[in-house]
Design a protein around this ligand. Structure first.
Ligand SMILES: Cc1cc2nc3c(=O)[nH]c(=O)nc-3n(C[C@H](O)[C@H](O)[C@H](O)COP(=O)(O)O)c2cc1C
Length: 278
Protein backbone atom coordinates (compact mmCIF):
# COMPACT_ATOMS: atom_id res chain seq x y z
CA UNK A 1 0.00 0.00 0.00
CA UNK A 2 1.42 3.39 -0.93
CA UNK A 3 2.30 5.86 1.77
CA UNK A 4 -0.32 8.27 0.51
CA UNK A 5 -3.15 5.71 0.77
CA UNK A 6 -1.93 4.56 4.17
CA UNK A 7 -1.99 8.15 5.36
CA UNK A 8 -5.53 8.62 4.06
CA UNK A 9 -6.71 5.46 5.84
CA UNK A 10 -5.01 6.57 9.01
CA UNK A 11 -6.68 9.96 8.81
CA UNK A 12 -10.01 8.21 8.30
CA UNK A 13 -9.43 5.95 11.31
CA UNK A 14 -8.62 8.99 13.40
CA UNK A 15 -12.04 10.46 12.66
CA UNK A 16 -13.62 7.56 14.51
CA UNK A 17 -11.17 7.15 17.35
CA UNK A 18 -9.76 10.64 17.89
CA UNK A 19 -6.42 8.88 18.25
CA UNK A 20 -7.04 8.82 21.99
CA UNK A 21 -4.42 6.91 23.90
CA UNK A 22 -5.83 7.51 27.35
CA UNK A 23 -8.77 5.09 26.91
CA UNK A 24 -7.46 2.52 29.41
CA UNK A 25 -6.68 5.17 31.97
CA UNK A 26 -10.28 6.39 31.75
CA UNK A 27 -11.78 2.95 32.43
CA UNK A 28 -13.64 3.03 35.72
CA UNK A 29 -12.91 6.72 36.25
CA UNK A 30 -16.26 8.37 35.63
CA UNK A 31 -15.06 11.98 35.44
CA UNK A 32 -12.26 11.26 32.98
CA UNK A 33 -14.53 8.96 31.00
CA UNK A 34 -17.22 11.64 30.79
CA UNK A 35 -14.69 14.25 29.66
CA UNK A 36 -13.34 12.01 26.91
CA UNK A 37 -16.72 10.74 25.77
CA UNK A 38 -18.57 14.08 25.69
CA UNK A 39 -19.53 14.99 22.14
CA UNK A 40 -21.52 17.94 20.92
CA UNK A 41 -25.08 16.97 20.09
CA UNK A 42 -26.94 18.39 17.08
CA UNK A 43 -30.08 16.24 17.15
CA UNK A 44 -32.30 16.28 20.23
CA UNK A 45 -35.52 14.42 21.07
CA UNK A 46 -38.68 16.23 22.17
CA UNK A 47 -38.26 14.99 25.74
CA UNK A 48 -38.37 17.93 28.14
CA UNK A 49 -35.69 18.72 30.69
CA UNK A 50 -37.01 19.07 34.23
CA UNK A 51 -36.64 22.35 36.11
CA UNK A 52 -34.67 20.44 38.76
CA UNK A 53 -32.14 19.21 36.22
CA UNK A 54 -31.70 22.69 34.76
CA UNK A 55 -31.33 24.14 38.21
CA UNK A 56 -28.61 21.60 39.10
CA UNK A 57 -26.76 22.41 35.87
CA UNK A 58 -26.84 26.13 36.68
CA UNK A 59 -25.47 25.42 40.14
CA UNK A 60 -22.47 23.71 38.52
CA UNK A 61 -21.88 26.98 36.67
CA UNK A 62 -22.34 29.13 39.74
CA UNK A 63 -19.80 27.05 41.65
CA UNK A 64 -17.16 27.13 38.91
CA UNK A 65 -13.72 28.52 39.77
CA UNK A 66 -12.85 32.08 38.75
CA UNK A 67 -9.96 34.49 39.07
CA UNK A 68 -10.01 36.25 42.48
CA UNK A 69 -13.40 34.52 42.82
CA UNK A 70 -14.90 37.44 40.87
CA UNK A 71 -17.47 35.21 39.12
CA UNK A 72 -17.53 37.32 36.01
CA UNK A 73 -20.44 35.57 34.33
CA UNK A 74 -24.17 35.69 33.82
CA UNK A 75 -26.39 32.83 32.67
CA UNK A 76 -29.67 33.59 30.90
CA UNK A 77 -31.98 30.61 30.59
CA UNK A 78 -34.66 29.84 28.04
CA UNK A 79 -37.32 27.23 27.51
CA UNK A 80 -37.98 26.65 23.83
CA UNK A 81 -41.13 28.80 24.07
CA UNK A 82 -39.14 31.63 25.67
CA UNK A 83 -36.46 31.40 22.99
CA UNK A 84 -39.12 31.58 20.28
CA UNK A 85 -40.74 34.57 21.96
CA UNK A 86 -37.43 36.41 22.39
CA UNK A 87 -35.63 35.63 19.14
CA UNK A 88 -38.46 34.54 16.83
CA UNK A 89 -36.77 31.22 16.04
CA UNK A 90 -36.45 27.74 17.52
CA UNK A 91 -33.50 26.81 19.70
CA UNK A 92 -31.08 25.27 17.18
CA UNK A 93 -31.19 21.51 16.67
CA UNK A 94 -34.56 21.19 18.47
CA UNK A 95 -32.87 21.57 21.86
CA UNK A 96 -35.26 21.76 24.79
CA UNK A 97 -33.53 24.45 26.85
CA UNK A 98 -30.82 26.99 26.30
CA UNK A 99 -28.45 28.89 28.53
CA UNK A 100 -26.80 31.98 27.10
CA UNK A 101 -23.46 32.32 28.85
CA UNK A 102 -22.25 35.90 29.12
CA UNK A 103 -19.03 37.36 30.41
CA UNK A 104 -20.03 39.97 32.96
CA UNK A 105 -17.86 42.75 34.35
CA UNK A 106 -20.83 45.01 34.97
CA UNK A 107 -21.53 43.55 38.40
CA UNK A 108 -17.99 43.90 39.73
CA UNK A 109 -17.73 47.36 38.16
CA UNK A 110 -20.66 48.37 40.39
CA UNK A 111 -19.13 46.92 43.55
CA UNK A 112 -15.41 47.47 43.07
CA UNK A 113 -15.08 51.02 41.90
CA UNK A 114 -11.31 50.74 41.48
CA UNK A 115 -11.76 47.92 38.97
CA UNK A 116 -11.52 49.24 35.43
CA UNK A 117 -13.85 47.02 33.47
CA UNK A 118 -13.32 48.08 29.87
CA UNK A 119 -9.81 46.78 29.35
CA UNK A 120 -8.56 43.84 27.34
CA UNK A 121 -7.28 42.33 30.57
CA UNK A 122 -10.58 42.46 32.45
CA UNK A 123 -12.45 41.27 29.36
CA UNK A 124 -10.10 38.32 28.84
CA UNK A 125 -10.33 37.37 32.49
CA UNK A 126 -14.12 37.54 32.39
CA UNK A 127 -14.37 35.46 29.22
CA UNK A 128 -12.01 32.82 30.57
CA UNK A 129 -14.05 32.53 33.77
CA UNK A 130 -17.33 32.37 31.82
CA UNK A 131 -15.83 29.60 29.69
CA UNK A 132 -15.00 27.59 32.78
CA UNK A 133 -18.57 27.97 34.01
CA UNK A 134 -19.88 26.92 30.60
CA UNK A 135 -17.78 23.76 30.63
CA UNK A 136 -18.86 22.98 34.19
CA UNK A 137 -22.52 23.23 33.11
CA UNK A 138 -21.89 21.11 30.05
CA UNK A 139 -20.32 18.37 32.12
CA UNK A 140 -23.07 18.60 34.75
CA UNK A 141 -25.56 18.01 31.94
CA UNK A 142 -23.60 14.93 30.83
CA UNK A 143 -23.66 13.65 34.39
CA UNK A 144 -27.45 13.95 34.41
CA UNK A 145 -27.76 11.95 31.18
CA UNK A 146 -28.32 15.00 29.01
CA UNK A 147 -26.38 16.21 25.99
CA UNK A 148 -25.49 19.65 24.77
CA UNK A 149 -23.77 21.75 22.17
CA UNK A 150 -22.16 25.12 22.72
CA UNK A 151 -23.01 27.66 20.05
CA UNK A 152 -21.48 31.00 19.20
CA UNK A 153 -22.66 31.21 15.61
CA UNK A 154 -25.50 28.83 14.69
CA UNK A 155 -28.87 30.51 15.25
CA UNK A 156 -27.48 33.90 16.36
CA UNK A 157 -26.30 32.44 19.60
CA UNK A 158 -23.13 34.20 20.77
CA UNK A 159 -19.99 36.11 19.94
CA UNK A 160 -20.84 36.63 16.28
CA UNK A 161 -24.16 38.36 17.02
CA UNK A 162 -23.45 40.60 19.98
CA UNK A 163 -25.60 43.65 19.06
CA UNK A 164 -28.64 41.44 18.31
CA UNK A 165 -28.31 39.49 21.55
CA UNK A 166 -27.59 42.56 23.67
CA UNK A 167 -30.75 44.20 22.43
CA UNK A 168 -33.01 41.16 22.72
CA UNK A 169 -31.83 40.23 26.22
CA UNK A 170 -31.44 43.79 27.54
CA UNK A 171 -27.80 43.22 28.43
CA UNK A 172 -26.16 45.96 30.46
CA UNK A 173 -22.80 47.51 29.64
CA UNK A 174 -19.99 45.04 30.31
CA UNK A 175 -22.22 42.02 29.78
CA UNK A 176 -21.22 40.22 26.60
CA UNK A 177 -22.89 37.10 25.19
CA UNK A 178 -20.18 34.55 24.48
CA UNK A 179 -22.02 31.33 23.67
CA UNK A 180 -25.28 29.48 24.11
CA UNK A 181 -25.44 26.01 25.59
CA UNK A 182 -28.27 24.18 23.86
CA UNK A 183 -29.45 21.28 26.01
CA UNK A 184 -31.64 18.23 25.59
CA UNK A 185 -31.78 14.47 25.27
CA UNK A 186 -29.68 13.09 22.43
CA UNK A 187 -31.67 11.65 19.52
CA UNK A 188 -28.93 9.77 17.71
CA UNK A 189 -25.65 8.41 18.98
CA UNK A 190 -22.70 10.52 17.97
CA UNK A 191 -20.59 9.06 15.22
CA UNK A 192 -16.94 9.83 15.09
CA UNK A 193 -14.82 12.32 16.91
CA UNK A 194 -14.05 15.72 15.40
CA UNK A 195 -10.31 15.58 14.79
CA UNK A 196 -7.97 16.62 17.53
CA UNK A 197 -4.41 17.75 17.12
CA UNK A 198 -1.91 15.14 18.17
CA UNK A 199 -0.74 15.26 21.74
CA UNK A 200 2.78 16.20 20.62
CA UNK A 201 1.42 19.28 18.83
CA UNK A 202 -0.27 20.76 21.89
CA UNK A 203 1.49 19.34 24.93
CA UNK A 204 5.05 20.48 25.48
CA UNK A 205 7.64 19.99 28.13
CA UNK A 206 9.38 22.99 29.63
CA UNK A 207 9.20 25.08 26.48
CA UNK A 208 6.98 25.54 23.45
CA UNK A 209 7.42 23.40 20.35
CA UNK A 210 8.51 21.85 18.13
CA UNK A 211 5.59 21.64 15.72
CA UNK A 212 5.45 18.91 13.10
CA UNK A 213 4.31 20.08 9.68
CA UNK A 214 2.95 16.64 8.77
CA UNK A 215 0.77 16.51 11.91
CA UNK A 216 -0.67 19.91 11.06
CA UNK A 217 -1.36 18.80 7.48
CA UNK A 218 -2.95 15.57 8.76
CA UNK A 219 -5.24 17.52 11.03
CA UNK A 220 -6.38 19.74 8.18
CA UNK A 221 -7.02 16.69 5.98
CA UNK A 222 -9.06 15.12 8.78
CA UNK A 223 -11.07 18.33 9.20
CA UNK A 224 -11.90 18.31 5.51
CA UNK A 225 -12.77 14.60 5.43
CA UNK A 226 -14.82 14.81 8.62
CA UNK A 227 -16.80 17.76 7.32
CA UNK A 228 -17.50 16.01 4.04
CA UNK A 229 -18.79 12.91 5.82
CA UNK A 230 -21.56 14.89 7.48
CA UNK A 231 -22.11 17.59 4.84
CA UNK A 232 -22.17 15.96 1.43
CA UNK A 233 -23.11 19.15 -0.41
CA UNK A 234 -20.59 21.49 1.17
CA UNK A 235 -16.92 21.67 2.07
CA UNK A 236 -14.93 22.68 5.11
CA UNK A 237 -13.32 25.47 3.07
CA UNK A 238 -16.77 26.91 2.28
CA UNK A 239 -17.78 26.74 5.91
CA UNK A 240 -14.57 28.50 6.94
CA UNK A 241 -15.05 31.17 4.26
CA UNK A 242 -18.57 31.87 5.53
CA UNK A 243 -17.32 32.04 9.11
CA UNK A 244 -14.52 34.43 8.24
CA UNK A 245 -16.89 36.63 6.25
CA UNK A 246 -18.65 37.42 9.51
CA UNK A 247 -15.49 38.27 11.41
CA UNK A 248 -15.10 41.95 10.55
CA UNK A 249 -18.55 42.96 11.74
CA UNK A 250 -18.29 40.76 14.82
CA UNK A 251 -14.88 42.21 15.67
CA UNK A 252 -16.16 45.78 15.40
CA UNK A 253 -19.18 44.96 17.58
CA UNK A 254 -17.02 43.25 20.20
CA UNK A 255 -14.56 46.14 20.35
CA UNK A 256 -17.46 48.50 20.85
CA UNK A 257 -18.93 46.33 23.59
CA UNK A 258 -15.63 45.92 25.45
CA UNK A 259 -13.95 49.31 25.10
CA UNK A 260 -16.49 51.99 25.66
CA UNK A 261 -15.71 54.90 27.86
CA UNK A 262 -12.45 54.81 29.79
CA UNK A 263 -9.62 57.14 28.90
CA UNK A 264 -6.99 54.39 28.63
CA UNK A 265 -4.09 56.78 29.04
CA UNK A 266 -5.42 57.23 32.56
CA UNK A 267 -5.11 53.48 33.21
CA UNK A 268 -1.59 53.52 31.85
CA UNK A 269 -0.78 56.15 34.45
CA UNK A 270 -1.66 53.84 37.28
CA UNK A 271 0.93 52.82 39.81
CA UNK A 272 2.13 49.35 40.66
CA UNK A 273 -0.94 48.26 42.61
CA UNK A 274 -3.42 49.58 40.11
CA UNK A 275 -3.92 52.74 42.16
CA UNK A 276 -3.95 56.09 40.48
CA UNK A 277 -0.53 57.70 40.56
CA UNK A 278 -0.56 60.82 42.68
C1 LIG B 1 -17.43 28.46 22.12
C2 LIG B 1 -17.95 27.41 21.17
C3 LIG B 1 -18.77 27.78 20.11
C4 LIG B 1 -19.29 26.83 19.24
N1 LIG B 1 -20.15 27.23 18.25
C5 LIG B 1 -20.76 26.31 17.48
C6 LIG B 1 -21.75 26.71 16.53
O1 LIG B 1 -22.08 27.89 16.37
N2 LIG B 1 -22.36 25.74 15.81
C7 LIG B 1 -22.05 24.40 15.97
O2 LIG B 1 -22.65 23.57 15.29
N3 LIG B 1 -21.10 24.00 16.87
C8 LIG B 1 -20.46 24.91 17.63
N4 LIG B 1 -19.53 24.51 18.56
C9 LIG B 1 -19.20 23.09 18.74
C10 LIG B 1 -17.84 22.73 18.13
O3 LIG B 1 -17.99 22.66 16.73
C11 LIG B 1 -17.36 21.40 18.73
O4 LIG B 1 -17.15 21.55 20.11
C12 LIG B 1 -16.08 20.91 18.07
O5 LIG B 1 -16.28 20.61 16.72
C13 LIG B 1 -15.56 19.65 18.76
O6 LIG B 1 -16.55 18.64 18.73
P1 LIG B 1 -17.07 17.93 20.07
O7 LIG B 1 -17.64 19.01 20.95
O8 LIG B 1 -18.12 16.96 19.62
O9 LIG B 1 -15.92 17.23 20.70
C14 LIG B 1 -18.97 25.46 19.42
C15 LIG B 1 -18.13 25.09 20.48
C16 LIG B 1 -17.64 26.04 21.35
C17 LIG B 1 -16.76 25.60 22.52
Amino acid sequence: MSLKIRKRLNNFRYLFTGGSNSGKMADGHPVLEALLKRRSCRRFTDEPISDEALSAILEAGRFAPSSVNLQTWAFITFTHEEWQETFGTKIPFNANRAIVVCSDVHRIGRILTEFVTDTLLSHTMAVFNAGLAAMAMTMAAEGLGLSSVMLSDTGKSGLLDIPFLKEKMHLLEGVIPIATIALGYRKTASTGIPPRFQKRDVVFRQKYGPLYREDLDDWYQQMKMGYKLTNLTSTFENKLRYYLSRFNDAEAALQKAVFKKTDHSEINNRGENGNRKK
